[in-house]
Design a protein around this ligand. Structure first.
Ligand SMILES: [Zn+2]
Length: 431
């Protein structure tokens, strides 16, 4: 007997509506009008079924640190450096229980919005020690059946600026961290200098020593101009190739690539492709360009050019309702719409691409095993209340069903029958 069958859903690439049969947490069969009896049945009614959303970059330990009732920045926007100081000031009040409570709420909200796997950036430094990693590790175990979590060791206060840093990172992996992080802009030496190449080298050294993947914040600024050799992402690509780490390295932000001239950008993108880097656009529309008095820059990476070159590009929430960004809902359909505006993606095919970016592309960046909608894959999927990706993104479709490991995690009231030609009697005639 089959555990769950989903009837009459649309799946990208299938010419007709299909059924999906699930047993023991895996997809076992997919086809038109499957002749199976199941313990549980979902009527798809022509809606779109996609593999689970993958949140590829979220600062889970500081998420939801702002007032829940009154989202919005409690103080004026500071410089990026100032915002990080603000995080560090406010995190001194965090208790392990507090981090667990907020991270748990974040995972429940993400799950409700269709996220089935999430890569969590997590502060590791001499001030907080392993407090954040320990808390997220407990949350990761508690929610293992709902959202698969990978913990990235995020060096909030640097990696090479003190000899005690590296041992602390090694210890973080002993207690459960999964991926080595990096952020050269936060690695300030005693004399105020930043040696970003040495920071990247050290992050690679540790990742390779521990045999873990690497996920680096890089090229976060938007100077007036940039040369090929000044791009951090270029250096990361060169190191990836030199060290044979292709496919295991992810770069978040890469905003400076948007500054480069077309010639420099084309050379950089060719190298990024050769290194098989994963690029995550956050998308940084609101963070940068704050001091511009006219022609305000937005700090977005070259999403379309990277995609066209065959680079694995995804997008992510990054910060949700914390000191760095007071907005966000752990909702990748919402972030996808923001990306569509920012990156000028508006054709039907580009909306298809956006949904692929936060599902299959993100899963590839996280190297999730058995991900997808083929028989044999883990049964992690979402049924959107829309027939197509563009309808889902433009209409911000409800996530009608969220399924993880073959179990229904969330059912959300369908709010839109617009696409089926009825308004379901929800509106009162205005006499
Ligand atoms: Zn980040």
């Amino acid at each position: 007997m089959i555990d769950l069958v989903v009837r009459n859903v649309r799946i990208e690439g299938e010419p007709a509506l299909v059924d999906l049969a699930v047993k023991d947490g895996a997809i076992v069969e997919r086809g038109v009008s499957l002749n199976v009896v199941a313990a549980q049945e979902i009527a798809g009614d022509g809606r779109l079924l996609i593999p689970g959303f993958v949140e590829s970059h979220l600062h889970l330990d500081i998420a939801l640190m702002n007032d829940w009732q009154t989202p919005g920045r409690p103080e004026p926007y500071l410089s990026h450096y100032g915002l990080n100081q603000s995080v560090e000031r406010r995190r001194r009040d965090f208790t392990p229980e507090d981090i667990e409570r907020r991270a748990s709420a974040a995972l429940e909200l993400a799950s409700r919005h269709g996220v089935t796997a999430l890569r969590a950036q997590c502060h590791v430094d001499r001030e907080v020690g392993l407090k954040h990693v320990e808390a997220l590790q407990r949350v990761k175990e508690k929610y293992a059946g709902r959202v698969t979590v990978q913990i990235v060791t995020f060096p909030q206060q640097g990696l090479i600026n003190h000899p005690d840093n590296a041992p602390l990172f090694r210890e973080a992996f002993r207690i459960g961290a999964d991926v080595m992080g990096g952020a050269s802009n936060l690695d300030v030496m005693g004399d105020g200098r930043i040696d970003w190449r040495a920071h990247i080298d050290a992050a690679f050294d540790l990742a390779m020593e521990l045999d873990v993947d690497l996920d680096i914040h890089a090229d976060l600024s938007i100077p007036q101009s940039v040369t090929f050799d000044e791009l951090e992402t270029v250096y990361i690509a060169q190191q990836t190739i030199e060290r044979g780490y292709q496919g295991r390295v992810t770069v978040g932000h890469a905003c400076t690539l948007g500054v480069a001239t077309p010639k420099v950008a084309a050379e950089a993108i060719a190298l990024i492709r050769e290194a098989n880097l994963n690029i995550i656009s956050q998308p940084d529309l609101y963070r940068l360009g704050r001091d511009d008095t006219h022609n305000v820059r937005r700090g977005l990476t070259r999403v379309k050019e990277l995609l066209a070159a065959g680079v694995n590009v995804t997008y992510a929430s990054n910060n949700v309702r914390d000191a760095l960004r007071p907005m966000g809902n752990f909702d990748l359909l919402e972030e996808g719409l923001i990306l569509a505006y920012g990156a000028h993606m508006d054709t039907v095919e580009e909306f298809n691409t956006i949904l692929r970016m936060s599902t299959v592309n993100a899963a590839r960046a996280l190297r999730l095993p058995h991900y997808g909608l083929q028989p044999g894959c883990t049964a992690d999927f979402v049924i959107l209340d829309a027939p197509t990706p563009s309808a889902a993104i433009v209409g911000q479709a409800e996530k009608a069903y969220v399924v993880k490991n073959g179990r229904i995690m969330a059912t959300n009231q369908t709010i839109s029958h617009l696409y089926q030609g009825t308004l379901a009697g929800k509106f009162v005639e205005n006499g």
